[in-house]
Design a protein around this ligand. Structure first.
Ligand SMILES: O=C(O)[C@@H](CO)OP(=O)(O)O
Ligand SMILES: [Mg+2]
Length: 433
């Protein structure tokens, strides 16, 4: 069989934070091949797949020899001669071989690299771009991007409590135009920071280092950067926040260091609701911690009609957690990170479950990335509607944005920008700022 897996091989490479990660190469009997690399998170949910790192830590500068060995040993053996076109079978062989619920034997960094490399090898064998292989004959839309302008939280020495200050331009009409708008806002924000004497470099994902005295100061600066770039906040360009509140947990509440306050779940929800009234915020991710279903349900009831409420650490790309959250009306969108699940099959199941429930889906990068562009293909081929990759000024991020430009070009006159259509069904109703 030409698409039978002939070899699986891994090596250690280095990611955008200068930390080691796993790169896998898969070759089929025909000679077709695929390559993919595992990303790595810094703000990680407790329920996501474990990255194996030598020395046992989840994030940092130690090697990934154990994960590399898992690929070159048991995973390679388990996948020998398996038909690569059967992604579900490939992934279940790894899931069964690992035998744990969180991939702690092989490492999620081992399984995710192999899972994605297999998909690339099939695309090579079929002579198709990966997005087209994944989409089949189905119509796809170019995803609406969420792009970081300031990076805070765990990505900037906890300089702001909020982790990602991002923008969205649902009316842009194309990825080409959305990126142009983002570039203009990004540079305007840098110039505004310089004018205010606040320019102090960039954070982990390339957003400006957030030298602010309050979370509100960052929000105000973002609004003025949008205006300075010549756009109308709340019309052309909206704000999207990743609070990453799991990182703020302290006892039973949440510690906001910049604002010098400890808040209960109800109080942090009040705070985010107030921000959403005072600023043109269209999307909020992880406003509460990974186990705070009541808090997610509370904020969804209060602002979910007009604001997208995304679960990241709260849902960890798990179909079961998405279904439970939907039952509790806790959120209206899921962030899909393939390495939280550990395989393409499991990540896609989380995405499909959310879609069936009328939730929005956002395919996302991690804060530690490589030149791998797989997620641009997943977001398009799975018709996710949205994509989050980090900022607009570092090559591991730009590689993904630029790949989307190529995909849009390949679609030619069939290219359709998801725009506001990528938002949850309830979001996008009239709201004045
Ligand atoms: O929280 C997130 O959404 C991501 C990307 O911003 O961060 P990390 O990869 O560190 O989890
Ligand atoms: Mg997040």
């Amino acid at each position: 069989m030409k698409t039978g897996i002939a070899s699986v091989f891994a090596r250690q490479i280095w990611d955008s934070r200068g930390c080691p990660t796993v790169e896998a190469e898969v070759t089929l009997a025909s000679g077709a091949s695929g390559r993919a690399a595992a990303p790595a998170g810094a703000s990680r949910g407790e329920y996501e797949a474990i990255d194996l790192r030598d020395g046992g830590i989840a994030f940092g500068g130690k090697g990934v020899g154990r994960a590399v060995d898992a690929v070159n040993g048991p995973i390679a053996k388990a996948l020998q001669a398996v038909d690569a076109r059967d992604q579900a079978l490939v992934d279940s062989r790894m899931i069964e071989g690992d035998g744990t619920s969180n991939k702690s034997v092989f490492g999620g960094n081992a399984t995710v690299a192999v899972s994605m490399a297999v998909a690339h090898a099939v695309a090579d064998a079929e002579g198709l771009p990966l997005w087209r292989l994944l989409a089949g004959d189905r119509h796809v839309r170019i995803p609406l991007p969420e792009i970081q302008i300031f990076g805070g939280g765990a990505h900037a020495g906890r300089r702001t409590d909020v982790q990602d200050f991002m923008i969205m331009a649902p009316q842009a009409g194309s990825i080409r135009r959305a990126l142009e708008i983002t570039g203009n806002v990004y540079h305007a924000a840098g110039a505004a920071m310089e004018d205010a004497g606040l320019l102090a470099g960039t954070a982990d994902e390339g957003g400006w280092w957030p030298n602010f005295d309050s979370n509100e100061a960052a929000l105000s600066m973002l609004v003025s950067a949008i205006e300075r770039a010549g756009y109308r906040p709340g019309e052309d360009v909206f704000i999207s926040l990743d609070i990453a509140a799991n990182e703020l947990r302290s006892g039973t509440g949440y510690q906001l260091n910049l604002d010098g306050e400890k808040l209960s779940s109800d109080e942090i929800v009040d705070r985010v609701v107030r921000w959403s009234e005072d600023y043109p915020i269209l999307s909020v991710e992880d406003p509460v911690g990974q186990d705070d279903t009541a808090g997610m349900a509370n904020i969804t009831a209060r602002i979910g009609e007009t604001v997208q409420i995304i679960g990241d650490d709260f849902l960890v790309t798990d179909a079961g957690r998405v279904a439970k959250a939907a039952e509790a009306a806790a959120g209206n969108a899921v962030l899909v990170k393939v390495n939280q699940a550990g395989t393409l099959t499991e990540a896609r199941a989380a995405l499909e479950t959310a879609r069936e429930l009328g939730w929005a889906t956002i395919v996302s990068a991690r804060s530690g990335e490589t030149e791998d562009v797989t997620i641009a293909h997943l977001a398009t081929g799975w018709n996710a509607g949205q994509i989050k990759v980090g900022s607009f000024a570092r090559s591991e991020r730009m590689a993904k944005w630029n790949e989307l430009l190529r995909i849009e070009e390949a679609l030619g006159s069939n290219a359709e920008f998801a725009g506001a259509g990528g938002l949850p069904r309830r979001v996008g109703k009239e709201k004045a700022w």
